[in-house]
Design a protein around this ligand. Structure first.
Ligand code: SAH
Length: 349
């Protein structure tokens, strides 16, 4: 495969249109036909049966077609399924299917590895390898749909990688996933989770796409957050909260704050009060997530608090009118937190 040619799944409709109509002079309806084919279960351009052979050959000369390969599948009792999939260059990523009452949800990766080095996250433990293309993000959803024979109803960008560190391809993905001739997913069914790259939060707000923004906060004060989310040293909490307020004002969307509770680090009553003060009056929701300690990482020093401690923390938020939930931890036993399966696989091979 020629490394220079582009992945067909990364092309927006207008780019495909430009190639098929403006460069090759085919009629307009061909663009729509080709785009629709990409969302059928095909494995080569040759399977696009109602497309002229010449156009199929021209597509194959200019773009590559690739379906990721599933290397390992892990299923948990709660029907969470984690797929380890291999890309065209041999890189592997993780994609998770979760089941909720409203349908199935895909948790997709946006990078191979991660640069952020959050203390309890397995994604970046082996460093950063490369950004994923928009097409590779789309393919993770298609893989889940093909495996389950069900439509993915919502998508969370919470797999490996930092979405706002791969801004261009993530925005391209958001446009593609919304396309009515493709996956046709409403923006409100998409959640983008970030550790808080402030300039990109402002850029995202400029786009006025009504997705849900989730912020991996994990601590209400810089001295603790700096220890577990190192990017916080560059982007302190008060500036992050200001960016969130601006985002809410411009998009009118409620922000989700993720707070992974770690015993002895960020789970004290004092932290619950500080978090309540920090978020007071904001259009937001806090997701309390007991840290997933089913980690393949050696010397993983973090443990979730006891249920009593988690509930005590929650009560303070509730009493201070901060909407919150304790998140159901899906797929604990299959290393479903970011990057865990990949680490496990590597250790065995
Ligand atoms: N880089 C993005 C998205 C990927 S991580 C971000 O930081 O938001 C998705 C969420 O899972 C983040 O809130 C992350 O902090 C959390 N996470 C990662 N490993 C975890 C673990 N072992 N236990 C609990 N939460 C974890």
């Amino acid at each position: 495969m020629n490394g220079k040619i582009r992945y067909i799944y990364s092309l927006t409709i207008s780019e495909l249109e430009n190639f098929i109509e403006n460069t090759l002079h085919y009629p307009k309806y061909r663009t729509k036909q080709v785009f629709q084919w990409l969302y059928h279960e095909i494995s080569s351009f040759d399977e696009m049966l109602n497309i002229p052979k010449k156009l199929r050959a021209q597509l194959a000369e200019n773009f590559y077609f690739f379906k990721p390969e599933i290397k390992q599948t892990l299923k948990s009792a709660d029907h969470t399924v984690k797929y380890l999939i291999t890309l065209h260059d041999g890189a592997s990523i993780e994609t998770v299917k979760m089941e909720y009452h409203h349908g199935i949800s895909a948790c997709i990766s946006t990078q191979v590895g991660c640069k952020m080095h959050c203390a309890f996250c397995a994604s970046g433990k082996e460093g950063f390898f490369r950004n994923l293309t928009a097409g590779e993000m789309i393919q993770q959803i298609l893989t889940i749909q093909e495996q389950t024979c069900q439509r993915v109803a919502s998508v969370v960008l919470m797999g490996s990688g930092e979405p706002l560190d791969n801004f261009t391809e993530v925005v391209r993905f958001l446009n593609l996933v919304h396309e009515k001739d493709g996956l046709n997913l409403g923006y409100r069914h998409i959640t983008l989770s970030t550790c808080g790259i402030i300039p990109k939060i402002y850029e995202l707000a400029d786009l006025e796409i009504p997705i849900t923004l989730a912020i991996s906060l994990h601590a209400p004060i810089d001295s603790i957050r700096n220890q577990i989310v190192p990017i916080s040293k560059k982007y302190p909490i008060n500036e992050l909260i200001q960016a969130c307020r601006d985002y809410i004002e411009r998009t009118h969307r409620r922000i989700t704050f993720e707070y992974s509770l770690i015993s002895g680090i960020n789970d004290s009553i004092k932290m619950a009060y500080k978090l309540s003060n920090l978020l007071s009056g904001m259009l937001c929701h806090v997701n309390l997530i007991p840290v997933n300690s089913a980690s393949p990482l050696l010397d993983f020093p973090f443990k979730p608090p006891s249920l009593e401690k988690i509930e005590a923390f929650q009560q303070i938020l509730t009493r201070n009118h901060i909407p919150n939930t304790i998140r159901r931890t899906l797929g604990d036993e299959i290393q479903a937190a970011c990057g865990q399966l990949k680490c496990q696989f590597r250790k065995k091979s």
